[in-house]
Design a protein around this ligand. Structure first.
Ligand code: UD1
Length: 360
């Protein structure tokens, strides 16, 4: 019997681990899956809502880590997770994505000689100012199994000296979750609640430290958004990091064409994305979700670690210059809907491919 510890910590982890846990549960005689939540994210709407929406069973173990500086958060996770590993003695630890919980748990496990599997390996923005880029490089450097979502990831891993035998191109577990929940999300009443009509609004998300922790940059992006709001209404669920950095009297919060909300649950957010005319975002995962949904995505960053969303999907990397953002939005509003291609293996079966690797 394989005892496998699966890690979640921050919001984008929940939708990635859900299909993996579900698949592991199909092999009760062979796999004993355990779910550990570091609680890097702990708010109702950053964490608990997702367990309900995704029907992800409650974690077996909580680490109670919470917020902090990078060193504090990473160190606290390592201290608490080491105790769990020593007690549970698992055969494998599965980590997903690129958040602080990912590297902290991977590093703790390898030091105890426990193999690690990294789901979403090999993505690179080649921008080491992003905390996620450091987390990705380090996690891949110490993982035994590297599960990739797109062909470029393998090229990046080879360039870092990884061996063919460790790399498994399995597809995208986040898309497994999207495809499974699309019908349920279609029934969400979020649009009516926010008084929005399908294809008559743009959806905005912002949370990257390089965009929202720098006041000048944040103001510059929001100035562009106010101009965009003269052409189309803008729905804006606000991440806690961004909320902290917005002045209480920020004009963005008073603009009647900008509908700001607390962070939304998975199903409401999926509905809001599906029905948007376009999406403006600095998130990684949303670039992939819009590609599957065929919704134009303008990425407010200078790079992407997910190039397949540009070469095959509906994503355009437009940067953060206000004029450029406004131009790209106008261009997109005048276009008929672009239907990107669906990248290989983004077919709902990625988790199945991952789990087969462990039991074959
Ligand atoms: C983290 C991830 C990022 C991911 C994002 C998704 C890292 C380095 N970054 O960034 O890759 O895209 O999650 O959301 O791991 N806070 C709350 N409630 C919560 C959690 C956080 O209010 O439940 C506030 C805290 O004040 C905290 C701040 O948000 O200081 C930032 O949280 P943190 O986990 O440090 O990073 P994120 O910006 O959320």
């Amino acid at each position: 019997m394989l005892k496998i510890i699966n890690i979640v910590g921050a919001r984008p982890n929940f939708m990635k681990i859900t299909p993996i846990m579900q698949e592991m549960r199909k092999f009760p005689g062979q796999i004993n899956p355990i779910l550990v939540h570091t609680e890097q994210h702990y708010d109702e709407n950053m964490s608990k809502l997702f367990f309900r929406d995704l029907e992800l069973p409650q974690p077996d173990i909580y680490l109670g880590v919470g917020s902090g500086t990078h060193a504090e958060q990473t160190a606290k996770i390592m201290i608490e997770f080491e105790k769990v590993l020593t007690k549970e003695q698992p055969d494998l630890v599965v980590v997903v994505g690129d958040v602080n919980s990912t590297i902290a748990c991977a590093l703790t496990a390898v030091k105890l000689h426990i193999p690690v599997a990294h789901v979403e390996a090999g993505l690179r923005s080649f921008d080491r100012n992003m905390p996620e880029e450091i987390n990705r490089i380090l996690t891949d450097a110490i993982s035994d199994y590297l599960f990739t979502t797109e062909p470029d990831a393998e090229i990046n891993l080879f360039a870092e000296g990884k061996k063919k035998e460790q790399i498994f191109f399995v597809g995208n577990v986040m898309i497994d979750t999207l495809l499974r929940n699309k019908t349920k999300a279609d029934a969400s009443t979020v649009l009516a609640g926010l008084k929005l009509k399908p294809r008559e609004y743009a959806l905005l998300t912002l949370h990257r430290p390089e965009n929202v922790d720098n006041q000048a940059k944040l103001t510059n992006i929001l100035t562009a958004i106010e101009e965009v709001a003269r052409h189309i209404r803008v729905a804006f669920p606000i991440h806690p990091r961004t909320r902290k950095n917005l002045a209480i009297d920020s004009s963005i919060l008073k603009n009647p064409n900008i509908i700001s909300t607390e962070p939304l649950g998975y199903l409401d957010f999926l509905k809001l994305t599906s029905d948007a005319k376009l999406v403006l975002t600095d998130s990684g995962g949303i670039q992939e979700e819009t590609t599957i949904l065929g919704v134009p995505c303008l990425t407010l960053r200078n790079n992407t670690e997910r190039p397949v969303t540009v070469t095959q999907g509906t994503n355009r990397v437009v940067g953060t210059n206000a004029q450029k953002i406004i131009e790209e939005v106008k261009k997109t509003l005048n276009e008929t809907r672009i239907e990107g291609k669906i990248p290989k293996y983004w077919d709902g079966k990625a988790a199945q491919r991952i789990v087969q690797t462990f039991i074959r």
